[in-house]
Ligand binder design. Structure first.
Ligand code: SF4
Ligand code: SF4
Length: 509
């Protein structure tokens, strides 16, 4: 029996998970139009390889990745590309982004994928290529390219492949539903991942508020391979942070600024594991995902399997949205999500939940009051940070102190803001401060680069001048030697030297 460790902080907000009936999965009809943003992942946007008017099949690649931290985009069904243009996307900024707009034909015709059932005999590098080509990015919310995560470098040895089935944020039950509905696929996905990272041990961690998932996963794991370990642990928000679940299950801490692989672990979301299995076994790219549609403004909250690119309004109307005045739609959960400004925006690889709360259910935050230095935020912080100090330094734009106080260890879980009696939107300050720090870092790199370029040019010029001087001195010495040896005219020799000097000066530097 695994020892479960305590972590600092954490809170117990109302869970409200039963509202969406976890464990029951509905298939959503294909909408007439899919809007596929070229950036659905962390990293550079993909580059379109289709043109307006092209007919495409489901699974066909629409856009190629640009660089290592990028993944391709595929068509979730058959149809015709109607536009490649800026469209509203679901992002906290409310900005538009470049999207491929696909008019679906209702026939759902697909390219024939070639899978590999015999993955145990396959080279991990070849499997990584398949995962990259399938456009898989972490489905837990961050959208980190999975092939990059699975390649932590030859200097790191991975001991444990950890499937993070925590899903600790209130309301969201997409992973719970996936673990119940795709249990065998999850186990095989975990085995493929362990094969790729060469991990001898598979550990699946699930919070104890998901008894049905724990029971099904434990049963399936014991049938597939008794060495796969399933561990449950007490429910507390935000146990699902990568560093938090690792500490809960192992007692070990990922170093500040480090990654789980630094302590021999790779941590993957259950949905990502299933997507990897689909890509390897069936040759199917990532084109669909499970989304929790929930909140009391919906007549039929549910978990649905939907095409990526489905407009948010389409899903909410299907779930019976009765919009109240100033209805808020939250992308993600109530703790870490953000309000969607345009319901034409589509769901993407990172959309795990759309929350439509009534005003009574989730009242708008009150106006922030001054900090009373109560310290509740520090007690709640799972990363053992000092949120109050971070708040002051963020307001003062004191970048040195923000770094000193480990701003980048903040996982933006919102536990501090949740307990703050002054209702200060602390996370907004941290996000803004992180953005400013990244901008400053970029600016510093830019100026370092130009300084390096300037210094390199100076060094080159000085070397060229020194070389010319050396040549000139050598010629002068040779001419003087010759004159003294053969008694030739020193004036004529001086004229010759002047000519040579002139020729040197006319050479481009
Ligand atoms: S919880 Fe709010 S009021 Fe209390 S110290 Fe933290 S920021 Fe200040
Ligand atoms: S948002 Fe950041 S500072 Fe606040 S509790 Fe979470 S990790 Fe700590």
């Amino acid at each position: 029996m695994r020892v479960i460790h305590d972590i600092h902080g954490g809170i117990h907000p109302p869970e409200r998970k039963t509202l969406s009936r976890p464990g029951v999965l509905h298939q959503v009809v294909i909408p007439p139009l899919l809007v596929l943003p070229l950036r659905q992942h962390l990293g550079a946007p993909a580059q379109p390889i289709v043109a307006v008017g092209d007919t495409v099949l489901g699974g066909e690649k629409l856009a190629e990745p640009q660089g290592v931290m990028s993944v391709p985009i595929h068509a979730p069904t058959s149809g015709v590309v109607r536009a490649i243009e800026l469209r509203p996307i679901a992002h906290a900024s409310g900005l538009e982004d470049l999207c491929v707009v696909l008019e679906t034909d209702g026939k759902d015709r697909w390219v024939t994928g070639s899978g590999n059932e015999d993955w145990r005999k396959s080279d991990p590098a070849a499997l990584l290529d398949v995962i990259r080509e399938a456009g898989i990015a972490g489905l837990g919310g961050a959208g980190f390219p999975t092939a990059v995560k699975l390649n932590p470098g030859s200097s790191r040895t991975i001991e444990t492949l950890l499937i993070n089935g925590t899903e600790c944020e209130p309301y969201i039950t997409a992973d719970d539903t996936l673990m119940q509905c795709y249990t065998e696929a999850l186990i095989e996905g975990a085995q493929i991942l362990a094969h790729i990272v060469d991990a001898p041990h598979i550990l699946i961690g699930i919070e104890d508020n998901k008894p049905a998932a724990i029971s099904r996963v434990t049963d399936a794991a014991s049938k597939a391979d008794p060495s796969i370990e399933v561990a449950s642990f007490p429910t507390r928000y935000p146990s699902g942070g990568e560093k938090q679940i690792i500490e809960i299950l192992t007692g070990r801490q990922v170093p500040s600024g480090g990654i789980p692989a630094d302590i021999g672990m790779v941590c993957v979301n259950p949905g990502t594991a299933v997507a990897v299995r689909e890509a390897i076994i069936k040759g199917k790219p990532l084109t669909h995902r499970i989304v929790t549609l929930t909140g009391e403004a919906l007549a039929q909250p549910a978990n649905v399997l939907a095409c990526l690119g489905t407009p948010i309004h389409f899903l909410l109307e299907n779930a019976g949205l009765t919009a109240g005045p100033r209805q808020r739609i939250i992308h993600g959960g109530p703790m870490m999500g953000f309000a969607v400004s345009d319901l034409d925006a589509p769901i993407t690889k990172i959309t795990n939940c759309l929350l439509a709360p009534t005003a009574e259910e989730l009242p708008l935050p009150e106006t922030a009051k001054p900090c009373i230095r109560c310290g509740h935020c520090a007690e709640a912080c799972p990363a053992s940070l000092l949120p109050q100090q971070l708040y002051w330094y963020a307001r003062a734009k004191d970048q040195e102190q923000l770094m000193e106080h480990r701003l980048f260890d903040c996982i933006e879980c919102g536990a501090c803001a949740y307990v703050c009696p002054s209702q200060i939107p602390l996370v907004q300050y941290y996000r803004a401060a992180k953005g400013q720090l990244r901008d400053s870092e970029q600016e510093r790199r830019r100026s370092d680069n130009s300084r390096d370029r300037f210094e390199a040019r100076q060094t080159r010029l000085e070397a060229e001048i020194a070389a010319r001087e050396a040549k000139r001195a050598a010629r002068k010495a040779a001419a003087q030697n010759k004159a003294s040896e053969d008694g030739s005219d020193p004036i004529q020799a001086a004229i010759e030297r002047a000519k040579a000097r002139k020729a040197d000066q006319e050479q481009p530097s």
